[in-house]
Structure formats: C-alpha cells, structure tokens
Design a protein around this ligand. Sequence first.
Ligand SMILES: [Zn+2]
Ligand SMILES: [Zn+2]
Length: 488
Amino acid sequence: MQGRALLRSEAHALLEGAAADMGGALQLAQLLGWLRLSGAVAAEHGRRRRECRCRRCGSGEAHMHRTPCAACGRMCAYCSACLTMGRSRECELLVLGMPAQPLEAGSASADLHKWQLSPAQAAATESALQFIEAPTFPYQPHQNKEFLLWAVTGAGKTEMIFPLVESVLSRGGRALIATPRRDVVIELDPRIRRAFPQARVVTLYGGSEQRWEAGDITLATTHQLMRFHQAFDLVIIDELDAFPYHGDPILHYAADKSRAPHAPKLLLSATPPTELQRRVKSGQLPHARVPVRYHRNPLPVPVLLRTPPVAKLLQTRKIPRALLAALNHSLNRGAQLFIFVQRISQVEPMAKLLRALLKQSAVEGTSSQDPDRADKVSRFRKSKIRVLVTTTILERGVTIPRSDVYILDADGRLFDEASLVQMAGRAGRSGDDPNGFVYFCGRERTGAQAAAVSQIRGMNRIARKRGYLLPEEQANSWRWSKLFKRSN
Ligand SMILES: [Zn+2]
Ligand SMILES: [Zn+2]
C-alpha cells in the first residue's frame, strides 16, 4: 500500500486474498501505523457551513452532489469531478499508504556518454540532474522543487529522461513519468523497457492490466495519479501543456500529491503555457532549454502568406496563385503536406478542392470525428497519402520524415501561440530533410503568429550562440550532397 491512495474497494482488490476480514486488517494496519484511513470526501476544517472536499482529487464544494445513500442511510455527498475513477463519497474510506522515505542526495557523477546525447541535450540534462540530485532541506517543507525542461519540437526529450530516471533508481527510489496523452504512454512503454531492462516497469492507463502492480518506473496517464499518495521520488510530467492536463486543477493536484515529500517535479514541454514562460523570464522557475533539434539544424521559420479565409476559398473553389505555387513546390520536392484548418466541417471540402486543384489523388482529410483516423494516419506515415488536411488534433505526435506544413486561417482564434509552434514543429524533423517549409496563411498577422515566430527565432538564436548548430557551410554542403544523391 505504500504510496497509494485508494478507495476501500480498490484497496480490497489490491490486497486480494491477503486477509479473510479485510476491514479488520485495514483497521489493524492503521493502528500499527502502516497506513492512514480517512473519509474519501470530508468536511473542511474551519468552515462554518458544511462544505466538503474530495481527498482524492482535491475538488471542493462546487463538485459535490448530495443524494440519499444506500450505504449510510443519509444524504451523503459524492464527488462528481473524479467519478470516472470510481465514486468518492462521504461514507467511503480512502486508504492512504505511508509516504516513501526521502532519498539520499545524488553524487552527480552520472555517466551521460552511454546515452549518446547531443551537446544540447547533454547540457540541459546535466542541469536537470544537478537539480534533482541536490540535497533537500527538511526545514523547508514547502519548497516547490519544480524544474522546466523546455525542449523544442524534435529535440529528443525521451532520451533526456533516461539519465534522470537512472539517477533515482540507482539511489533506490521510484520514478514516475506521466503524460496527459494515452498514446504517448503506450509508445513510451517499450522504449523505457529497452533502456532499463533490469527495472520493473508498470504502465497505467484506463484499461491497463498492471493496475495493482508496484514498479521502479511507473508510466501513467495523468488521471491515474489520483490513486497515488506521496509515492514517487521523481515525478516527470511530459507534454504538460497538452489537453486535458493544461488548466485542469484536479490533475495538477493529483500530480503534486503523488510526489514523496521533497521529491522534485520535472516539467517537459516544447511550448510551455504563458504562466510558466512568465516564471522563467522572472527567474522564479529553474529551467534548462534545449534550443535545437537532435540533428543540429535550426527550426524552420514560418513564412507568412496572405490568403483569403478558408470559407472564401471553398466558396469560390479557388486558391491564390502564391499558395498554389508553394503547394506544388512542396509536392515537387517530394514532401508530404500537413494542411491545418480550424474547423472540422472544412476538412473534407478542403481535401476535395485540393485533390482537384493539385491534380493529385492521394489527398485525404481527417479529424477527431473521423472513425478512420488511425488508418489514415498510418497510411500517411507510410507515404500512401501525400496531402493530409486536418485540425489541431494532429498538431502533435505524428512525425513524417519529409514534410511541409500549411496552416490555413492562421489568424483564426483557435490557433494560439503554442498550437502554432506545435504545428510548425511537424516540419524538418528528420536529419535527411531538416529544412522543411512552414507557411502561416491568413489575412492578417496576429499576436499569436508573431509570438510563435519570435519563439522559434529565439530558440534558433540561442542555439547559434551556444554553438549547437552544425556550422552553416556544413549544413549547406550536407543538404547539397543529399540533393545531388537524389538527382542521380
Ligand atoms: Zn474527487
Ligand atoms: Zn453514504
């Protein structure tokens, strides 16, 4: 039970068969100081009215519902905010395991060579290691211990996690890697197992079979963190700006609750939310930047193309000459194209229009409402689809070696700075084609576009200053040699 926060029924499932009288066993364990029992929903101290808070997800009175309860026979409050994880209510027990023991400080003697990191990755990992290995001071119980690893799209974040996890494991601790996205958890699983063949790895998401296992390394969706209490000596949150973690107070509460006392929290993002960027600028948030991709070429800087709104293009069935020329240039250079639009309803009509105007049959459209999305993404990955019209649903996660990116209605309200940087980040991912093209198409240049361009330029500038880029000539000659090879 160490490090768990479980409802009574979940505790029974975990301890399955450990005792005939499970209730008695839990009570005895509490008396012996092995765990703590509390109400899952409990009245808040110091409140005059009967106001309740959910001890599992931290939600307050706004999420409480009171219904006649068959179990306790009164009007009993339950929490609607975390209902998908089982009902947390006033007459239900929450069983809290004891917190993990604090870890010894690290020796900062990690061997980074074996992980084959680029110079930029290694420098940032080094700072993060120093941060997580620093001794903790028990007399500062509320110190926040947060560190931001701000790594551009395609920087190779996962490899940078490895030495950090290793540092915690070598000191006998447990590490957690959590992300809001289930597909990322599933994709990470084999890579972590390969990197740490000796470690017990537990992967948790809705429907996962390892629900009650304890591991040295836990991979989980952020929702699963509600079931932990002071369990992990290192908490890493990947893609912290992805939905639904961003702006969801419950998941932030759960992530903080899952750390052992004094355990560090490491945030990973290519596009940190404004609030974090502000804390970086004002020096309140320790951080390290990885301003360059693993292949050491600068990020493609978006080109602004003035075009009418998509609705107008669809209505007139015409595309401005400059845009058409760019699209044809991309196709001729052998690239695959991401075309982003704002509305799901525009996806299919735009795909149809492009199929006709580009005289290209391998044009498809997909969105969150498309039942064939997985199939289309897989055909896009296999280059069977040349042009894919889509929405922000594909702003992350899909990597195509040779691709150009077109963001239509880039001045629309649904595309913010983070989303523009993520979409632009689809281009130039591979060392074979590091200089893809990105176009912001719209009627005007918005603040979000300007901020996205300045973020990208800023990272390129830092990369150049620190000497992380391939020397210009080298990058060019490399590009020419590739072109030459292809024309043969
Ligand atoms: Zn709750
Ligand atoms: Zn009840």
